[in-house]
Design a protein around this ligand. Structure first.
Ligand code: NAD
Length: 482
C-alpha cells in the first residue's frame, strides 16, 4: 500500500490536505513508508474546533433522542465489521502488530461502538428523593467539543474508546491521533460520517502532539480532554487543564506486577505471563513487566518462561503464525536496548533475548527478541521505569508481606496479575495490591463493560463501562416547585 500521494485529513468534516508539513508513516516491519500525509497546521486546529462547536450547536446531534444517536452508532459498529479485514491490515501497516492481534483490535473497536450505542439507549433522567415541597431531578447535558488524544500502540481501539462514548453523549470530537499512526482515526471518521454522524462533528488532526495537542488542550472551546499516553505528557495536559478548570481523564503508563504462588497451575501461569508481557511486543500500558515468583518454584518457572520466550515466533506481522512483530520505530528499539544495557549495569543477567533477531526479508524492520532479565531488585531503575517493550524483569519472593510491599512500590498502579489456586489468597492479595485492574489466573483480558483506569501516575478517571458515557456529560440538578 505504498502511496506517495498525501492522504486527506478531516477538518470539521472537510476532507483535504493538512496545512502542515508532509510526512510519511513507516511500516515498522520494513522501515518503508506506507502512507503519506500533510500534518494539520495550527490554522487547521482552529478551524476544526470552531467547526466542531458550530456542528455541536447546529447539527441537532446533541438534541437527538438517545435511541436515535444509538441507531447511528450501531451502524458504525456494523460498518467497522464489514470492513474489518481491510482495517486490520491497515492497522498492521501503521503500527506493525501481527495481523492476528490487529484483527482483535478492530473487533474491539466495533464492540465499543455497539456497547456505547446500547449504553446511550439507557441514558435516563432520574427523579431524586426530595426533602421539601418540590420535585428534584438529575439530568445530563453533553459537554460540547471534547478532545481525544491517543497513542500509537493500539490506535483503533483507543480511538473507538473515546469517540464512541463522546458521540453517544451528544458531543463533538476532535481527535489527535499519534503522529506516527494516524490512519485508524481517519478511517473511523469516514465510517462515522457514512453511518450518519453529522458533518463537522468529528475532526482528525494528525501531527506533532507538542504543537497540535497543546493547542487543542488550551483552546477555550474544548471542554474536556480524554488522554491516553505517557505520564509526562499526561501531567503536562493536566496542568493546562487546571488553569481552564477543565475535566480530564488520563490513561497513562504502567509497570505492572505479576505474582506467581507455589500452588499455581504452572502451565496456565507460564502461558499467561508470556502473553502478558510479550503480546503487542510489550508495547502495552498493562504489560505484566515485573514478575515476582515464589522462591520455591522460581527456578522451574524461569526455565519454562525462558524456553517459552525463546520459542515465540518473532517476525513478519502479515504472517498468520507470527506471535510478536517489530517495535514501533528504530528510536524506540534503541531506547529498549538502552534499558537492557542499564539492567545489566545494575547487576542483572539476561536470561534470554537481549538482542535483535534476523528476520528474513525484513532486515530493516525494528525487531527485538523477547527478553527476560534476572538478578535485579525492585529498587533498580530497570524495575521502576516503564520500558514499553518486550522486557520482563523476574525476581523471587519468599514472604507475602515483602511481596505486597514490592508490588506496590512503584509510581505506577495500572494493573496486576495473580496466579494461585487458593481463592482466599487471591482475594487477600487482590485486595492489597494497588492497581486499577487485577487479573487472577488470567492476564490482559478486557471487557468493554468493565471500567478501566489507573491509580497514581497511571492515570485519573475511568474509561469503558456503562458510566463511561457520563465523562462526556455535565450533570444538572433541577428543582420543580409544587
Ligand atoms: P505520548 O504521551 O508521547 O503521546 C500520546 C499522545 O499525546 C500522542 O497523540 C501525542 O502526539 C500527544 N502529545 C504529545 N505531547 C503532547 C502535548 N504536549 N500536549 C498534548 N498532546 C501531546 O505517548 P506515546 O509514546 O504515544 O504512547 C506510549 C505511552 O502511552 C506509554 O506510556 C503507555 O503506557 C501509554 N498508554 C497508556 C494506556 C492506558 O490505557 N493507560 C494505553 C496505551 C498507552
Amino acid at each position: 500500500m505504498s502511496n506517495e500521494k498525501s492522504l486527506p485529513i478531516c477538518i470539521a468534516g472537510e476532507w483535504r490536505l493538512g496545512g502542515g508539513d508532509r510526512y510519511a508513516t513507516l511500516y515498522p516491519a520494513t522501515g518503508e513508508p506506507h502512507a503519506w500525509l500533510n500534518a494539520a497546521s495550527l490554522d487547521d486546529v482552529e478551524e476544526a474546533i470552531q467547526g466542531a462547536h458550530k456542528a455541536f450547536r447546529e447539527s441537532g446531534w446533541a438534541q437527538k433522542k438517545p435511541h436515535e444517536r444509538a441507531a447511528v452508532l450501531y451502524r458504525v459498529a456494523q460498518l467497522i465489521r464489514e470492513r474489518s479485514e481491510e482495517l486490520a491490515q491497515m492497522q498492521r501497516l501503521d503500527n506493525g502488530k501481527p495481523i492476528s492481534e490487529t484483527r482483535g483490535l478492530v473487533a474491539s473497536a466495533a464492540g465499543t461502538f455497539q456497547f456505547f450505542a446500547a449504553a446511550c439507549e439507557t441514558l435516563e433522567e432520574t427523579i431524586t428523593p426530595s426533602r421539601g415541597d418540590f420535585v428534584t431531578m438529575s439530568v445530563y447535558e453533553p459537554m460540547g467539543v471534547v478532545a481525544a488524544i491517543t497513542p500509537w500502540n493500539s490506535p483503533i481501539a483507543s480511538e473507538a474508546q473515546k469517540m464512541a462514548p463522546a458521540l453517544a453523549a451528544g458531543c463533538a470530537v476532535v481527535v489527535k491521533p499519534a503522529e506516527i499512526t494516524p490512519l485508524a482515526a481517519l478511517e473511523l471518521a469516514k465510517i462515522c460520517e457514512a453511518a450518519g454522524v453529522p458533518k463537522g462533528l468529528i475532526s482528525v488532526l494528525p501531527g506533532k502532539g507538542s504543537v497540535l495537542g497543546d493547542a487543542i488542550t488550551k483552546h477555550p472551546l474544548v471542554k474536556r480532554v480524554s488522554f491516553t499516553g505517557g505520564t509526562t505528557t499526561g501531567k503536562h495536559i493536566a496542568h493546562i487543564a487546571a488553569d481552564k478548570m477543565m475535566p480530564v481523564s488520563m490513561e497513562l503508563g504502567g509497570k505492572s506486577p505479576t505474582m506467581v504462588f507455589a500452588d499455581a497451575d504452572l502451565d496456565h501461569a507460564v502461558n499467561g505471563i508470556l502473553y502478558g508481557i510479550f503480546s503487542s511486543s510489550g508495547e502495552s500500558c498493562i504489560a505484566g513487566s515485573r514478575l515476582f515468583v515464589d522462591a520455591s518454584i522460581y527456578d522451574e518457572v524461569l526455565e519454562r518462561l525462558a524456553a517459552g520466550a525463546a520459542r515465540l515466533r518473532v517476525g513478519d506481522p502479515a504472517d498468520e503464525k507470527t506471535q510478536m512483530g517489530p517495535l514501533i520505530t528504530g528510536k524506540h528499539r534503541e531506547s529498549i536496548e538502552q534499558y537492557v544495557a542499564l539492567g545489566v549495569s545494575e547487576g542483572g543477567q539476561i536470561r534470554t533475548g537481549g538482542e535483535r533477531p534476523s528476520v528474513a526479508g525484513h532486515e530493516n524492520g525494528y525487531f527485538y527478541r523477547p527478553t527476560i532479565i534476572e538478578g535485579l531488585n525492585n529498587q533498580n531503575r530497570t524495575c521502576q521505569e516503564e520500558i514499553f517493550g518486550p522486557v520482563l524483569v523476574a525476581m523471587p519472593f519468599s514472604n507475602e508481606r515483602d511481596l505486597i510491599e514490592q508490588a506496590n512500590d512503584s509510581v505506577y498502579a495500572l494493573a496486576a496479575g495473580i496466579w494461585t489456586r487458593d481463592f482466599k489468597k487471591a482475594w487477600k492479595i487482590g485486595r492489597e495490591v494497588q492497581a486499577g485492574t487485577v487479573w487472577i489466573n488470567t492476564y490482559k483480558q478486557f471487557s468493554i463493560s468493565t471500567p478501566f483506569g489507573g491509580w497514581r501516575d497511571s492515570g485519573l478517571g475511568r474509561e469503558k463501562g456503562r458510566l463511561g458515557i457520563l465523562q462526556y456529560m455535565e450533570q444538572k440538578a433541577m428543582y420543580w416547585g409544587t
